[in-house]
Write a protein that binds this ligand. Structure first.
Ligand code: SF4
Ligand code: SF4
Length: 172
């Protein structure tokens, strides 16, 4: 059976522990807050450029992209997140040409490993840092990255250096 002195000792020990906890709470009440209040701080929120949130295919002002539909990204994706659907068209000189029909990306299965981006020979895809992709429907995470009516950007002829251009004009 516990003695009265033991009872008092336990009681003071409890009070000491309570005051110790409260002193920390009091101190924290006056320290600078570090918690970010999202989404209230949306206007001032800074997300690192390197943050991989979503795969995108940049298009220029002419609605042109750089994807040649080669399928390398699809082959390198470890979990079948990418589906490159191509079609074959005929050029004016009768040659057959493969071009991108639909570039389908499933954000719901992407592990953001970046393998698709680093293996793309045309630099046609990148990761954006737009992280606000929450949705109630999984189907909405399956996205077509090429815009409606978009097409492959024509490669501009590489400008030759001064001496080479001069030689060409002399031989012509
Ligand atoms: S980041 Fe990785 S998992 Fe996501 S699409 Fe690219 S290769 Fe596939
Ligand atoms: S994104 Fe790049 S690797 Fe993928 S199909 Fe297009 S050109 Fe090929």
């Amino acid at each position: 059976m516990r003695t009265f002195s033991e009872y008092l000792r336990d009681m003071f020990s409890g009070i000491r522990s309570l005051l110790s906890g409260l002193s920390i709470t009091w101190k924290e009440l006056w320290t600078k807050k570090v918690t970010r209040q999202y989404p209230e701080n949306r206007d001032t929120l800074v997300i690192s450029e390197r943050f991989r949130a979503e795969l995108v295919m940049p298009h220029d002002e002419n609605n042109e992209h750089a994807c040649t539909a080669c399928g390398i990204c699809q082959i390198n994706c470890p979990n079948g997140t990418i589906n490159v659907i191509s079609r074959t068209t005929e050029t004016e000189d009768g040659k057959k040409k493969k071009e991108l029909d639909r570039y389908v990306y499933n954000l719901g299965t992407c592990t953001f490993c970046n393998l698709c981006v680093i293996t793309c020979p045309s630099d046609a895809i990148v990761f954006s840092n737009n992280f606000e992709n929450a949705t109630f429907t999984r189907n909405k995470l399956v996205k077509q990255l090429n815009h409606e009516g978009s097409r492959l950007r024509e490669k501009k002829p590489i400008k030759k250096a001064g001496n080479e251009a001069e030689k060409d004009s002399q031989t012509a």
